[in-house]
Design a protein. Structure first.
Length: 135
């Protein structure tokens, strides 16, 4: 009887999962957020579908060290930021893109373990508008 109750609760949770996943996908689209997932050696493991259009990182780059690539045009301190991220720093940059576009780029530890980060994530969010004269 207890096993039946646990099984029905499990089935209920599983039936709600696709809705949760769709909400997460909708959130990423709404926020215009793209992600590149790296292992602890900064090799590319996964990327969201919009990354190849937004950056110089392409599907054939899976498995490569991200520091061997140029992330985006106009990201002049890219290699320095990767070096700092490898030392454990959290990186936050705002980059100007094509007219009318700006990008917020973050390099963050992902999946923390007792031996430090097991991986990293690069988050890129599209921000409309150019930098004002006063920034």
């Amino acid at each position: 009887r207890k096993l039946t109750r646990v099984n029905s609760e499990y089935q209920k949770e599983m039936s709600e999962m696709p809705d949760f996943l769709q909400e997460g996908i909708d959130f990423f689209k709404l926020m215009e957020l793209q992600a590149i997932f790296l292992d602890r050696n900064f090799c590319i493991k996964k990327m969201s579908s919009g990354i190849p259009d937004l950056t110089h990182v392409k599907e054939h780059d899976l498995g490569k060290d991200i520091s061997a690539l140029t992330l985006m045009d106009g990201y002049l301190g890219w290699l320095d930021d990767v070096k700092e991220a490898k030392k454990g720093c959290r990186i936050f940059r705002v980059l100007d893109g094509p007219p009318g576009k700006r990008y917020m780029v973050q390099i963050l530890p992902h999946i923390l373990s007792e031996n430090g980060p097991a991986g990293y994530v690069i988050l890129i969010q599209t921000i409309d508008g150019q930098r004002s004269e006063h920034s």
